[in-house]
Structure formats: C-alpha cells, structure tokens
Design a protein. Structure first.
Length: 186
C-alpha cells in the first residue's frame, strides 16, 4: 500500500486547508492511505532549542515523513506567499541538515491549497517550489488543486460540498498516487 503523509499549513481549527486535507484523505484511492499530521506543536525555530535537543513533535513528524512514500502539503496563501508557520515547520524538519536526504530526498511531494479569495493559493504553491527543490524532493506537476472561494466549497460541518471540486480532488489524488507508485518502480 502506498502511504502518504498530509500536512495542513494552517493552525486555525476551521481552516479551509484542513478541510481540504480531510477531503483529500477521503478521496485517496483504495491502493493508498493518507495520514493527516499536525504542525501545531512545533515551536518557532530557535538554534538554542535545537542545540538542547530536537523537539519531540519535530522528531515524530520527521520519522513519519521518512517512513512514508509521499508527502502532501496543503498550503494557505498569506500575502501572496508561503505562510510563516508552515515554512517554520519545514525549516525544523530540515534540521540538522544531515537529515534532509532522509526526510525529503527524492520524496514525491504534491501541493494543494484552499482560500476564500480568488487566487486559489497559486502564488503560495509556486513559492514552495524553490523550497522543495532545495530540499531535493520530487515535486509532482499534475493538475493543480487550488480551491478558490473556499467559503462556498465546504458546508457548515467542514465537508466538501462541491461535486466539481470533489471530482477534481479525486483526479488529483489518483494522479499523485500513480506518480508515487511510478517513482518507486523506477
């Protein structure tokens, strides 16, 4: 079975990106599983904290990603770019630098995002590409999954209510799983 770790880059309880990540888990093909993990307990990066010992939340998340076949980043877009809290988490996951290859090296990664605005997180997704390249990941460049006007895409319980978006998400997840499986074969 193909295993994917999914991370929402928002800490907000009613985050559209957390809702999209849950919908992605429901849309993952039967040949794969998507484990949703949180960055909530990761502290702000501080070299003094790192020198005293890797925080448990960072260590656990690094191991989960290293053990997975793929990584799904579900990114908000703040001020036309990467959210600070999400970038902070990825920065921690790249420490020490000797762990980058174990955690990120050649790992298939997909990006998606949701926003109440009209841009659909495309600028944040693009900004992530230089980070993913630096970490040595293998980004998947299938159809983009950028949900605009997210406040009208989810119902009051946080479930995806748009059939069109659900179909696009199912196609996205099927394509990402296929990319991961092809990456493992060769």
């Amino acid at each position: 079975m193909t295993t994917i770790v999914g991370i929402s880059g928002s800490l907000r309880k009613a985050s559209f990106n957390a809702m999209l990540l849950r919908a992605a888990a429901e849309s993952t093909p039967a040949t794969a599983s998507l484990e949703i993990v949180s960055i909530r307990d990761i502290p702000l990066y501080d070299g003094d904290i790192e020198a005293a010992g890797m925080p448990e939340a960072v260590r656990v998340l690094k191991d989960k990603i290293a053990d997975a076949d793929g990584l799904l980043l579900v990114t908000p877009e703040y001020n036309n770019s990467i959210p600070g809290v999400f970038k902070n988490a990825i920065d921690w996951l790249s420490r020490p630098s000797s762990d980058i290859a174990r955690v990120f090296g050649n790992r298939p990664v997909a990006l998606m995002g949701a926003t109440p605005g009209r841009g659909g997180t495309l600028l944040a997704q693009t900004a992530w590409l230089q980070v993913l390249r630096t970490l040595g990941t293998r980004p998947w460049f299938g159809p983009r999954m950028a949900v605009s006007s997210a406040n009208s895409e989810f119902d009051a319980t946080g479930r995806l209510s748009s059939d069109k978006t659900r179909a696009a998400l199912e196609q996205f997840m099927a394509g990402f799983v296929q990319f991961i499986e092809q990456s493992r074969r060769g």
